[in-house]
Ligand binder design. Structure first.
Ligand SMILES: [Fe+2]
Length: 464
């Protein structure tokens, strides 16, 4: 399946036999994605005891057992009832698992399903879904085109699996998760990359499982800019901390400084003093900082302050996406920095294979044509753009998916983290959160204007 923006239209001729074959392939892919997501949900919830499943590890997170049953409830609403037209499994619990009705801090007090009930509920729903998947006709409705509804539910479960991983990081107690360390750096990566002025296609109108906020594809014209070749590392961030960056309001926005004072921020979340040095607590284990690893667990305000201290700024969302997708040879926008092919373990640190970001220089095969590294995976990257609909945005399949979050409250993050599954990560994928949030696996890279002398490669710029 090609996801090439622009080059493959929807008008290609396809024979009936080929369509039937692609229907079977699609069924197989959906089955595999749903199964993989469930395996991860099970791993994350089987790793802890009942007490840890039902308790709240932080007021900004749900109990793990809420996430589990909520995943099943969304699957029931969209696939069992809507797509399948079947009777409800448990309509009595819809309200409990409606994220809009109960903020996270209130969820532990709700009469939630216990661990045994929740596990049995999600298994019952999944059995019905796999049963109806066998006979479903993908062409019948827009919701089913290219298996979208199933793709949406697989992405939803994986997104909650990343949230559950963040809950694990907040949990206090002996470690329960293990994973091998990420690959080491194999190439030196430093400095900035010049992205020349010009238009590119942002977003997508053709990626079958892209969500409404990634649509439609549209041309965006950008002046030349410089973007960091890699995310900001612990070593670089430590220099900001050591230089008194958290004590100097000059680097912070007004709202950022207010929050920094109220919350008494002095370093990224989970950093701990270790004598004169810093280390971090990761999933219950303490270790010294690895200098060339991307910094993680910083909020938007911290990212913005660091960038000001460094004499730079955060990239806009469009700048991030052009650096990640634009192919200078063809002018096309790719699905990922390395091309249109699905991510492999050589391309990016995704999918909870490792429980930390990888050092800068660990994924040369995942770099963009212009040499920007680790845009996908490792850490979500804060951008300076508030979350908004693209020109021509149309809510689908419902307003609560994205539209109700549009506005100045939320900042966009891009690129996915080591905790993000590939099914919920691509060059067009948009995440959003409040600027104060840092329990997510968030880091950043910086950018700056290229200036007129750098706007055109070679000598051309000087003549203008
Ligand atoms: Fe959800």
């Amino acid at each position: 399946m090609s996801h090439t923006e622009e080059l493959t239209g929807t008008g290609e001729r396809t024979g009936v036999a080929e369509l039937a074959g692609s229907g079977e392939r699609l069924r197989g892919r959906i089955h595999a994605e749903l199964t993989r997501a469930r395996r991860r949900s099970q791993l994350l919830t089987d790793a802890v005891d009942e007490h840890d499943l039902v308790r709240q590890h932080s007021p900004i997170m749900s109990p793990l057992v809420w996430d589990l049953a909520h995943v099943g409830n969304q699957e029931e609403l969209w696939l069992v009832r809507d797509v399948g037209g079947r009777d409800p499994v448990r309509s009595d619990i819809d309200d409990l698992y409606d994220a809009f009705k109960h903020p996270r801090r209130d969820r532990p007090a709700l009469p939630l399903l216990g661990p045994v009930e929740a596990r049995s509920y999600v298994a019952t729903v999944r059995d019905k879904v796999l049963d109806l998947l066998d006979g479903v006709r993908f062409g019948d409705r827009r919701l089913l085109a290219d298996g979208f509804a199933f793709g949406m539910i697989a992405q939803h479960e994986q997104q909650h699996d990343e949230t559950m991983l963040a809950t694990h990081q907040l949990r206090v107690g002996p470690p329960v998760l293990t994973a091998p360390p990420p690959p080491r750096a194999t190439v030196p990566v430093a400095g900035e990359v010049l992205i020349p002025a010009g238009a590119f296609v942002m977003g997508t109108s053709t990626d079958p499982w892209a969500l409404d906020n990634e649509r439609p594809g549209h041309r965006v014209e950008l002046p030349a800019y410089l973007i960091d070749a890699a995310p900001v590392t612990n070593a670089a961030y430590l220099a900001f901390v050591a230089d008194g960056g958290y004590a100097d309001p000059r680097w912070w926005s007004e709202a950022g400084w207010r929050h920094r004072c109220e919350a008494d921020l002095v370093a990224p979340m989970h950093w701990r003093r270790d004598g004169a040095d810093w280390g971090y607590l990761r999933f219950g284990r303490f270790s010294p900082l690895i200098p060339d690893e991307p910094v993680v667990h910083v909020g938007y305000h911290e990212a913005e302050a660091y960038a000001a201290w460094a004499g730079k700024r955060l990239p806009t969302e469009a700048e991030w996406e052009k650096a990640a997708r634009w192919d200078p040879d063809t002018g096309r926008s790719r699905r990922y920095p390395w091309g249109d092919g699905e991510p492999t373990p050589e391309h990016a640190n995704l999918g909870q294979r490792h429980l930390t970001p990888a050092s800068v220089g660990a994924y040369p095969a995942g770099a963009s044509p212009l040499g920007v590294h680790q845009l996908i995976g490792d850490v979500w990257e804060w951008t300076s753009s508030p979350f908004q609909g693209y020109p021509g945005f149309a809510a689908f399949p419902y307003r609560e998916y994205s539209e109700v979050f549009f506005g100045p409250r939320y900042q966009v993050l891009r690129g996915g983290s080591f905790g993000t599954d590939p099914v919920a990560c691509r060059g067009t994928f948009r995440n959003w959160d409040l600027p104060i949030r840092r329990q997510i696996f968030s880091g950043f890279r910086c950018a700056r204007d290229a200036g007129p002398e750098r706007a055109y490669p070679g000598d051309l710029g000087r003549t203008r």
